[in-house]
Design a protein around this ligand. Structure first.
Ligand code: FAD
Length: 453
């Protein structure tokens, strides 16, 4: 059904599509908003009862604490009770709906707020842009695959009802990727007598009272969880992949925390041996070792695979060339400022679906993907880091902004990301409460004054 663009009277006629969005976390919400702005008809499937995805905290944990058993009960959220954001709120928010400080009762006005404040922000976003009416809660997509004539069949199941089959023009995958634990192989783990869990199933420190705990990994979850546990544990040992020798040993400013090289092996008598030869007798191992991408509902006849955590082939991390633009993914990259990038990807998808923006040919997209993979290989980047963007995020975001004729991400936001990274490295214990980039906060607040929310 052609609809006239609401953007300008000279805009071309846009095509309205019937689009299924899978997931109502931050990606699904902003995808739904952008799709509707572009004139598409949208249904958002959400297996949970609320919007917000990973920001919906629950004290519940999975039946298998390391997440190996495929039949385990799945808990979506990976949040721990004490979690505060690791990015300042000014940098986190969507572009035209800033994550401003709110002073009302019940709100957390800190610059790095607790997780509940992020959930409330996403709920506010969903209410402000009338997304709730598009969401089917308690409805899980159990199958999404190609049907006749290039359409997509989506099968969804709600509690106490039979599965329902529907046909859509396009499917956008927004299912989140912090759910399926990734575990390293540790020699001896099968006979090690202690308890193990993945950070996905860590909630509170009490079970570790007076215990000796080894955490594997030194990314943001390990940094936070180790400090949370150290408030009650006897000893906390962090096994890190890459650290300069002079950082190893007792941690400055902490009575009961040590940094080690990676775990080498574990043993029947309970000892954990590190690669530098040190050993401790531990009660718990907590794997802070990241997550695997997983799309159990998606059937693409092999056109999209997950290989060593590379989801591919995908043109610019979004469109599989063979199925574009009818299948797309929002939110796969990591080590980024997430929400503004989700917004850009969603704008791009919405405009490609309406024919306002054209994609290159399938062959050209595949060539681009191959060139990208070759560049990763040439730089020695492992496959599992395909979607790890870090400093490359800005160029990527600007490229998508160019496609959409949308303004680039603000300079202050980039500078704030860099300043926060430096501050976190300098003050891992206090970066959320002590900083030196107030000038950037001021610039952000000036910008926010342009938006009425
Ligand atoms: P999710 O939030 O995971 O949402 C996916 C949704 O899809 C869920 O609601 C789920 O129920 C639904 N779903 C899944 N499968 C199906 C299905 N088959 N059918 C129907 N529904 C389905 N980002 C920041 O910006 N700042 C931070 O400080 C920050 N801290 C983080 C800390 C932790 C511990 C973690 C895990 C992540 C953090 N992030 C942070 C990143 C965060 O994941 C993103 O900000 C963002 O919330 C991801 O949104 P999403 O929509 O991709 O996924």
């Amino acid at each position: 059904m052609p609809v006239k663009s609401i953007m300008s009277s000279t805009a071309p006629l846009l095509t309205s599509r019937h689009v299924a969005v899978i997931g109502a976390g931050a990606t699904g919400l902003v995808a739904a908003r952008e799709l509707r702005r572009e004139g598409h008809r949208v249904v958002v499937f959400e297996r949970g009862d609320e919007v917000g995805g990973t920001w919906v905290y629950t004290p519940e944990v999975e039946s298998d604490p390391i997440g190996l058993n495929p039949k385990r009960s799945i808990v979506h959220s990976s949040l721990y009770d004490s979690l505060r954001t690791n990015l300042p709120r000014e940098s986190m928010g969507f572009r035209d709906y800033p994550f401003k400080k709110r002073e009302e009762k019940g709100r957390d006005s800190r610059r790095f707020p607790g997780h509940r404040e992020v959930l409330m922000y996403l709920q506010d976003f969903a209410a402000r842009f009338e997304i709730y009416e598009l969401v089917r809660f308690g409805t899980e997509v159990v199958f999404a695959g190609l049907d006749k004539g290039g359409k997509w069949r989506v099968t969804s199941a709600s509690r106490n009802t039979d599965p329902v089959d529907e046909i859509y023009d396009a499917v956008i995958v927004c299912n989140g990727h912090y759910v399926k634990p990734r575990l390293p192989h540790i020699p001896g783990i099968n006979v090690w007598p202690g308890k193990q869990l993945h950070s996905h199933n860590y909630r509170r420190p009490e079970p570790y009272q007076d215990k000796v705990v080894v955490l594997i990994g030194n990314s943001s979850s390990a940094v936070d969880i180790s400090r949370d546990i150290a408030t009650v544990a006897k000893e906390v040992h962090i096994a890190a992949w890459s650290l300069e020798e002079d950082k190893l040993g007792k941690m400055h400013g902490h009575e009961n925390m040590w940094l080690h090289s990676m775990v080498d092996s574990v043993h029947e008598d309970g000892t954990v041996v590190f690669k530098d030869g040190n050993a401790v007798a531990a009660d718990f191992i907590i794997h802070c070792t990241g997550y695997s991408y997983e799309f159990p509902f998606l059937e693409t006849n092999g056109e999209v695979t997950v290989d060593d955590n590379r989801v591919g082939p995908l043109y610019k991390h979004v469109f599989p060339p063979a199925l574009a633009p009818w299948l797309s993914f929002v939110g796969l990259p990591w080590k980024i400022v997430p929400f503004p990038q989700f917004e850009l990807q969603s704008k791009w998808i919405a405009a490609v679906l309406s024919n306002r923006i054209a994609l290159p040919s399938k062959e050209e997209m595949l060539e681009d993907v191959e060139a990208f993979y070759s560049s990763l290989e040439a730089s020695g980047t492992p496959k599992r880091y395909t979607h790890n963007m870090a400093l490359l995020q800005w160029e990527y975001n600007d490229w998508i902004a160019d496609q959409c004729a949308f303004p680039y991400i603000e300079e202050w936001r980039k500078q704030m990301y860099l300043a926060t990274g430096k501050n976190r490295a300098l003050r891992p214990d206090s970066y959320r409460d002590e900083w030196e980039d107030d000038d950037l906060v001021q610039q952000a607040e000036q910008d926010f004054a342009n938006y009425l929310i």
